[in-house]
Design a protein around this ligand. Structure first.
Ligand code: G3H
Ligand code: ZN
Length: 286
């Protein structure tokens, strides 16, 4: 069934695993993610960025696609449709009215007080609709869609500010930027685990780890042990998909039917998602 993230993340935090947010880029992603979740009997979050929604034809198209594939597949596991890096109150409202069950409001580029005020406004509307909310503090490096953060600007969240934001907004989960990066890492990631522990102790809410691509398993496990209950993955699926498309087209230059290269690459996305679900510990937790 379609649900908000609230229950699945609280359960993950209590039982010591994380639920994956897998971003959709087109229909094949939705198919692969839903198939993986059902096979693994895992709760799942389908991340929809504003850019991906635009590519598909709008928030309503993304929702319709996810819902109708869930019908066709007779999906039994909990699925959340989550706005990834929502850029404004208006965009969050639009997503909520289109049927999203969860939204992220990303006010991380704003001064703390403004971020809090904006997040409060989104929470007020979202909770009225039973929709969960994720907020962010600090800056996650790298690029995702139009969100670009230069290395010099990427900053670790300050625990006391995180505590204030969570307390004053009543968000359901929280993403403290602690050295993770969107896209591939240049070298090993350097995650701020001390601060993560402090943020967890202060806030008590399930934490979110963005930039899940390329984080070593030991760091994933460490983050989960410190209250991380949601891990976002996009680039890793994109790389896996692109690799198969290239391979198929290289091997058969005469091939033109998209089903012949998007089909096999869809299977690769599914395989990648299953691997993450097992790594995050969410398999068999539906
Ligand atoms: O919000 C989405 C994620 O943080 C994705 O990060 O593309 O590095 O896996 P990633
Ligand atoms: Zn992110």
């Amino acid at each position: 069934p379609l649900v908000s993230m609230r229950e699945m993340l609280n359960k993950g935090k209590d039982e010591g695993y994380a639920v994956g947010q897998f971003n959709m880029n087109n229909m094949e992603y939705v198919q692969a993610i839903l198939q993986a979740a059902e096979e693994e009997q895992s709760p799942v979050i389908i991340g929809v960025s504003e850019g991906a929604a635009k590519y598909c034809g709008g928030f309503n198209v993304a929702v319709a696609m996810i819902k109708s594939l869930m019908d066709s597949y007779h999906t039994t596991v909990p699925v959340a449709i989550h706005l990834d890096h929502g850029s404004s109150f208006e965009k969050c409202a639009e997503a909520i009215h289109a049927g999203f069950t969860s939204v992220m409001i990303d006010g991380s580029h704003m001064p703390l007080e403004d971020n809090i005020a904006l997040t409060q406004k989104v929470v007020e509307l979202a909770h009225l609709h039973g929709v969960s909310v994720e907020a962010e503090l600090g800056r996650i490096g790298g690029q995702e869609d139009e969100v670009i953060v230069e290395d010099a600007e990427a900053a670790y969240a300050i625990p006391s500010e995180c505590d204030q934001l969570v307390r004053e907004t009543n968000v359901d989960c929280f993403a403290p930027a602690l050295g993770s990066v969107h896209g591939p890492y240049k070298g090993e990631p350097n995650l701020g685990f001390d601060r993560m522990e402090e943020v967890q102790k202060l806030t008590g809410v399930p934490l979110v780890l963005h930039g899940g691509t390329g984080i070593p398993t030991k760091d994933i496990q460490h983050a989960i042990s410190l209250g991380t209950a949601k891990i976002n993955v996009n680039t890793e699926n994109q790389i896996a998909q692109a690799k198969v498309v290239r391979q198929v087209l290289d091997e058969k230059p005469e091939l033109y039917d998209p089903r012949k290269y998007l089909g096999p690459s869809r299977d690769k996305i599914k395989e990648t998602v299953i691997g993450k679900m097992r790594e995050f510990g969410s398999s068999q937790k539906a």
